[in-house]
Design a protein around this ligand. Structure first.
Ligand SMILES: [Zn+2]
Length: 373
């Protein structure tokens, strides 16, 4: 039987959610409504969410080398456990066909993405490729080359890193062979250009905005947007106020500088208690969002409108970054708010374009990658 929502609702497919961290560290129950996360299954359903990429992310402040690889596996296992516990509500999906099947059954299709290749751990090429292969066997569908730290594969946007390394090129080729998308969010512009020279139709930016509207390194300049669109890729808009609005970014940066001393104190005090250190850091991070101007939902629409105009209507998606961000735009408080975004988009863009942005474009690029492989 086809669930009734399939007939009248567009597919909402979000390219980036970080809730697996809360799943691992705080043991949140995603089957119940949560207060301290943006994502849970009841609100995902209320928001009409049909498919979600969950990021596996090893914070390099806590996990490096072998520990980073252990963390990646821990997060993967946590996500798989949710799917095993709630097969009627969430199913791991590896292909466009499996996404469509879950959607038609009224189950959330869960896809696996890696945020930052340092999460593959260190070691020689053979080891890195073997770990990559293990993730692919467990459903990995995109590989984010970097997080904020440059690594053995590629340079990041915010630490002055270069482009792809020789190992990075090998891994990008391995992605092509396996139908895994290459994600350039967090990467340097050089890295993104290097990837564009190697692949076609397999590149995404899972959670980045337009630098023309908010001039920060994590966003993409127009020439890169155009090139990604021309090659059949997709750029997914991020809800983080600091990447939507330069004033919000400036205030957050100021707050971060002001609490640098406290960060060092926490590091020293909880040297031997990593989970308490993480909790203290989380509480401190929340204070850095104080006095940050609330960015309206309409600002997300402005970014999407710009991305559509420059990259093309088939090259834009949604990458909320929910649970990876400590502040959301006004009116986009959690995963239940997607219908509100849809209505706001519908006032500026034709219905077919809105459907593409909400999910069909990302679905297409997943399918494209499969067919190239
Ligand atoms: Zn991120």
């Amino acid at each position: 039987m086809v669930a009734s929502h399939v007939i009248d609702r567009p597919l909402v497919f979000d390219a980036h959610c970080d809730v697996v961290q809360a799943l691992c560290d705080r043991g949140v129950d995603l089957a119940r409504r949560q207060r301290a996360t943006h994502f849970d299954l009841p609100r995902a359903r209320a928001g009409g969410l049909g498919a979600q990429f969950f990021a596996l992310f090893a914070d390099p402040a806590h996990y490096r080398g072998a520990a980073a690889w252990r963390r990646t596996q821990q997060m993967l296992a946590a996500l798989e456990a949710v799917a095993a516990r709630h097969p009627d509500r969430l199913a791991l999906a590896r292909s466009a066909a499996e996404i469509r099947a879950s959607w038609s059954q009224g189950r959330l299709a869960a896809l696996v993405g890696l945020e930052g290749a340092h999460g593959l751990g260190s070691g020689d090429e053979r080891r890195v490729l073997a770990r990559f292969g293990r993730l692919v066997r467990h459903g990995l569908r995109y590989l984010g080359l970097t997080w904020n730290n440059s690594n053995a594969l590629a340079g990041a946007a915010v630490d002055g890193g270069g482009g792809l390394t020789a190992l990075g090129r090998r891994v990008v080729r391995a992605c092509q062979c396996q139908g895994v998308l290459i994600d350039v969010s967090h990467s340097s512009d050089r890295t993104a250009w290097d990837v564009l020279a190697l692949v076609r139709g397999q590149i995404i930016a899972s959670h980045s905005n337009a630098r023309a509207l908010c001039d920060v390194p994590r966003n993409l300049p127009d020439d890169l947007l155009r090139a990604i669109g021309r090659q059949g890729g997709v750029v997914c808009a991020n809800f983080y106020p600091g990447f939507l609005d330069e004033r919000a970014f400036g205030r957050i940066a100021q707050n971060l500088r002001a609490c640098a001393q406290k960060t060092r104190e926490i590091e020293e005090r909880y040297q031997d208690a990593p989970s308490r250190r993480m909790e203290a850091e989380r509480r401190l991070a929340l204070t850095t969002m104080r006095n940050v101007p609330r960015v309206p939902l309409s600002r997300v629409v402005e970014h999407i409108h710009h991305l559509v105009r420059v990259a093309g209507e088939h090259a834009v998606g949604i990458g909320s970054d929910f649970d990876g961000i400590l502040l959301t735009p006004k009116g986009l408080d959690d995963v239940s708010a997607f219908p509100r975004l849809e209505r706001a988009l519908a006032r500026r863009l034709p219905e077919s374009v809105v459907r593409g942005v909400l999910g069909q474009n990302l679905l297409r690029v997943v399918e494209q990658a499969e067919s190239v492989a």
